[in-house]
Design a protein around this ligand. Structure first.
Ligand SMILES: [Zn+2]
Length: 252
């Protein structure tokens, strides 16, 4: 599911940026897929926070999270987008004034704020949601803030944390994708085992959003907190990127 509270002004700005940046459609390969090989690789740094009770095991272990990100990357490979787990941490929510089992929508922003990272995309897996307060009563298991709104971040219900399609769907929202009605599309609101399709226009939209994230991450990066958000094959440490490139890359 998505959370979209963009103002019209911001939406128009993004739309304009998208139109101006619109490149030729990627060629279709023999299997009808966009030729990912023709697209410059993009790597986006990811921070994953896994909740745990005091003294308990985290909802997701680091090795499980790495396997999950690999599965997500297989889905995104057609867009030549890769998520790299640059930081994994477990957190006892109580120590930050948060609860293991959130129950209300209004609890999600404080969660995002607590773990927000200016140089990485952030995914937080909580314990199972307590549906007494309304959160998840509509069937949603995850909520993601879309570009233009803050605090950024995906909050996922731990019960479904191992579902790679769900995480891939939420990262689609993170990269500015809206819902689609085709069952086999990644952005179908109901996620089935075969809901993994991404079409070339969705790829382009996400790559445009990724460039914006990259520009923002570069602006925020410091030598102490580098980020792996990069394009091309060079190991660009974003904190060292030249200023001119920042301006040229930013669609805002
Ligand atoms: Zn959704």
């Amino acid at each position: 599911m998505k959370l979209q509270f963009r103002s019209l002004g911001i939406a128009a700005l993004w739309s304009a940026a998208f139109l101006h940046a619109a490149p030729a459609q990627p060629a279709e390969g023999p299997l009808g897929r966009p030729e990912a090989a023709r697209l410059k690789p993009m790597i986006l740094a990811l921070k994953y926070v896994s909740y745990r009770e005091p003294g308990g095991s985290p909802v997701l272990q680091e090795a499980e999270t790495r396997a999950l990100v690999s599965a997500v990357n297989a889905i995104y490979s057609r867009c030549s987008i890769e998520f790299r787990l640059e930081q994994f941490q477990t957190a006892v929510p109580r120590e930050s004034g948060l609860v293991y089992q959130p129950s209300r929508m209004v609890e999600l922003d404080p969660i995002r704020s607590r773990f927000e990272d200016p140089t990485r995309l952030v995914v937080i897996t909580t314990g199972p949601w307590n549906r007494d307060g309304g959160l998840g009563k509509d069937g949603a298991n995850a909520w993601t803030m879309m570009p233009g709104d803050r605090p950024a971040g995906t909050v996922l219900e731990g019960t479904f944390a191992r579902n790679a399609n769900l995480l891939a769907h939420e990262l689609g929202h993170y990269l500015n994708l809206d819902h689609r009605h085709e069952r086999d599309n990644l952005m179908n609101p109901v996620i089935y085992r075969d809901s993994t399709g991404i079409d070339p226009l969705q790829c382009e939209r996400m790559r445009t959003a990724a460039l914006a994230w990259r520009s923002e991450a570069i602006r925020n990066a410091t030598p102490e907190a580098p980020t792996l958000v990069q394009t091309g094959s060079g190991a660009v440490r974003a904190g060292q990127a030249p200023q001119a490139e920042l301006r040229a890359r930013s669609p805002r």
